[in-house]
Design a protein around this ligand. Structure first.
Ligand SMILES: [Zn+2]
Length: 187
């Protein structure tokens, strides 16, 4: 998805609002005739994700492949990212603050048990994108998380999960923006 120079007061106004409410830099692509859905760009910083960095990049890329309404990009050096991704020895978890903002932990406890690192990454990013856990659930569901078992390596959101994120970020079928529950979402 191309991002062009910002034009138009509306987009600029939205940016200001998002920046104020999120407290973090947010960029957006303006709407164009051939791209009716303007992706909201969210930056992520995986510098603290240690051995999971490539899995985190892949998880972000999967979301970029899966939805139009949001685009995840690596943060530039020194830039404050919307999403921080860290590795630690606990269970994987997400700490959303506002929609599209928060911190993700790729916990080694689950990795050591055999859970797939790309599925974990995409799942936790899914929480930052406003998705709740859907447990128990099948492997076809990204948000079924660990309940799908360690044999499940599917890192892709299903149709409903994709539609929910499109809606959360103002897609064509968007309803009211969801209230994001700030706090810890474990797994
Ligand atoms: Zn979860």
């Amino acid at each position: 998805m191309h991002v062009r120079t910002l034009t138009g007061g509306l987009v600029a106004a939205c940016l200001v609002t998002l920046s104020l409410t999120g407290g973090q830099a947010v960029a957006a692509a303006p709407q164009t005739a051939d791209a009716p859905l303007a992706a909201r760009v969210l930056t992520y910083d995986a510098a603290g994700s240690a051995e999971f960095r490539s899995a985190v990049d892949r998880g972000a890329a999967i979301w970029n492949e899966s939805v139009d309404a949001v685009e995840l990009r690596p943060a530039a050096a020194g830039q404050r990212a919307n999403i921080r991704v860290l590795a630690d020895n606990g269970w994987p978890r997400a700490l959303p603050t506002t929609l599209g903002n928060g911190t993700v932990y790729i916990g080694r406890q689950a990795v050591d048990q055999g859970y797939n690192t790309i599925r974990i990454s995409a799942h936790e990013i899914g929480h930052i994108l406003g998705l709740p856990d859907r447990k128990p659930g099948p492997c076809s569901s990204l948000m079924s998380g660990s309940t799908a078992g360690i044999a499940c390596t599917n890192p892709y959101p299903n149709t409903a999960e994709k539609a929910e994120v499109e809606g959360n970020f103002g897609g064509a079928l968007a309803g009211p923006a969801p209230a994001v529950r700030a706090g810890v979402i474990v797994d």
